[in-house]
Every structure is written in structure tokens, then in C-alpha cells.
Design a binder for this molecule. Structure first.
Ligand code: PEP
Ligand code: MN
Length: 281
């Protein structure tokens, strides 16, 4: 691996800096020419909520529908997600609008069952070093969205990805979702430096999650634009039909209108990047 942070022989460092696209479906590739947008509510709450969110994000131009069914909540008394029922609703909503779905899997014992319905399996920040889960994902045939732990170093993040690759599953997408620092105004600090470094040190695509990083809806769009401008392969964003009523993460969720505006802005950022640099006098 160039700039060797890690030993040469690791799979994660193969073809460093030459991003190899991960196909979520034959028509949705992460790491290709177009930044990918995954969007939807933090949690699946009801059929009405998820189908409304799905229609809105699909109409705005999202490529993947997100929604949590099994939720890792700080308090055991907070809404824990609808579980299997939530997954079924998400799957139905995705199919209804023609979008593949991404959802979190929290337990190694759920990988096969969740993988039967979800196109992309998310490993949450709190589970980045759940090695039993990572090994099980290494044996499955679904792509994996591996969030960076909120206090994980770049090396730990890449080695977590290595667990999945070493198990025989080459399809890993890395996701920077903000790490914990001293600032309390924002929920976390979106570490674009490390995200860009991860992209350069490995062949894996890297996306950003500005929603969990910011914790505040008004900061999501600027951070998403910055991630795409920095050359990342896309973003995952929380969108809720009515953020004030959300059962989780309402404060950081965009309204459908805000999301539509964000996609227009991201399109402009991506287009600008594709243009050859303007000649300077
Ligand atoms: C989520 O995507 O809703 C989530 C819980 O993310 P993270 O693991 O990054 O906190
Ligand atoms: Mn969330």
C-alpha cells in the first residue's frame, strides 16, 4: 500500500487510489462516474411514512432508499425500530418506487435474513468493530456499507473492511459519518480528510453521511456538497416526510423539499467537477 499505513499484502490496499465500483444492483454502482445518493428516513415507522418518503426521494433522483428497521439506540427505552415488519415495509416501498434498499444489520444472526430482502447491508458506527458480524458479512453475497466508528482511526476502519474482504466478500463501501470531538453544537465532526485518505489508500468507494455527522438539518446540504466536491463517491442522507414527528433523528432529517433542493445542488457540484479546469490568464 502506498504511504504504507498498513502492511502491503492487505486486500483493502489493493490498487490503492483506483476506486473499483461496487454494484448495488446492475444499474446502481457506487464508485463510478456519478456520485450516488442514498436517502430515506432514519427509521421505518409505518407504511404511510415509508412509502411517502420513498416516493419523494425517488422523484427527487435518489438512487437507493434507506430506512432502519433494527435500530441501535443509546437508550433501551427509545424506539428500537419495527424489526422484521419494518424491513418488509421498506422492501415493499423500495419495490414500489423502483429503488434498491439499504438497511442496518446489527447482529450476525440476522445477516442471512436481512440479506434476503436488502440490496445493501449497513454496518452502523457502533458495530464497526463487531468482528463476529464482519466475519458473517464476509461470507454473504450482499454488498456492505461500512460506517466508520465514531472514535475509530483510519487504520481501524480499513482493517474492519479487511475483515469483510478477507471473508470472501469483495463488495464493501466505506462511509464517513462523523467522529466524536470536543464540539457539542454539532453531533460529530465530518472528517473529510480521513474520508479522502481512505479513498486514496484503498480501492473501495467512500461516501459521506452528513446527517449523522451534523445532527442538524441546516448543516446537511453544505456538508454533502463538500463531500462531493472533495471527490467522494456519494452521500447517504436522512429524509423524513415530517421531521418534527420523526421517531428518531428528526433534528437532522431533511424535508422532501429540502432534499430536492440538495439534489439540484449536488448535480451542479458534480457537473463542475467533470468540466476541465478553466484556463487562467
Ligand atoms: C443510521 O444510519 O441511522 C445510524 C444509526 O447511523 P450510525 O451508525 O452512523 O450512527
Ligand atoms: Mn439515524
Amino acid at each position: 500500500m502506498a504511504n504504507s499505513l498498513l502492511p502491503e499484502h492487505l486486500l483493502v490496499g489493493r490498487d490503492a487510489g483506483q476506486t473499483a465500483a461496487v454494484y448495488v444492483t446492475p444499474s446502481v454502482q457506487v464508485g463510478g462516474d456519478t456520485p450516488i445518493v442514498m436517502a430515506g428516513p432514519c427509521s421505518v415507522e409505518s407504511w404511510d411514512q415509508i412509502i411517502t418518503a420513498a416516493r419523494e426521494v425517488a422523484a427527487a433522483g435518489a438512487h437507493v432508499l434507506r430506512g432502519g428497521a433494527y435500530k441501535p439506540r443509546t437508550s433501551p427505552y427509545s424506539f428500537q425500530g419495527l424489526g422484521d415488519e419494518g424491513l418488509a415495509l421498506l422492501s415493499e416501498a423500495g419495490a414500489a418506487v423502483g429503488l434498491p434498499i439499504v438497511t442496518e444489520v446489527m447482529d450476525a444472526r440476522d445477516v442471512e435474513r436481512v440479506g434476503r430482502r436488502a440490496h445493501l447491508l449497513q454496518v452502523g458506527a457502533r458495530n464497526m468493530q463487531n468482528f463476529t458480524l464482519l466475519k458473517e458479512l464476509g461470507r454473504c453475497d450482499r454488498p456492505v456499507l461500512l460506517k466508520r466508528g465514531m472514535a475509530a482511526t483510519l487504520e481501524e476502519w480499513l482493517l474492519a473492511a479487511e475483515y469483510v474482504l478477507a471473508g470472501g466478500n469483495p463488495r464493501v463501501i466505506l462511509c464517513e459519518r462523523g467522529s466524536r470531538g470536543f464540539e457539542t453544537y454539532t453531533r460529530g465532526t465530518l472528517d473529510l480528510g480521513v474520508a479522502v485518505a481512505a479513498r486514496g489508500l484503498s480501492h473501495l468507494p467512500v461516501i459521506a453521511d452528513p446527517s449523522h455527522a451534523a445532527g442538524r438539518a441546516e448543516l446537511v446540504a453544505p456538508l454533502a456538497r463538500a463531500a462531493v466536491a472533495a471527490g467522494l463517491d456519494g452521500v447517504i442522507v436522512e429524509v423524513h416526510p415530517n421531521p418534527e414527528q420523526a421517531l428518531s433523528d428528526g433534528a437532522q432529517s431533511l424535508t422532501p423539499l429540502q432534499f430536492r433542493q440538495l439534489l439540484r445542488e449536488l448535480g451542479a457540484v458534480a457537473a463542475r467537477q467533470r468540466q476541465p479546469a478553466a484556463a487562467t490568464a
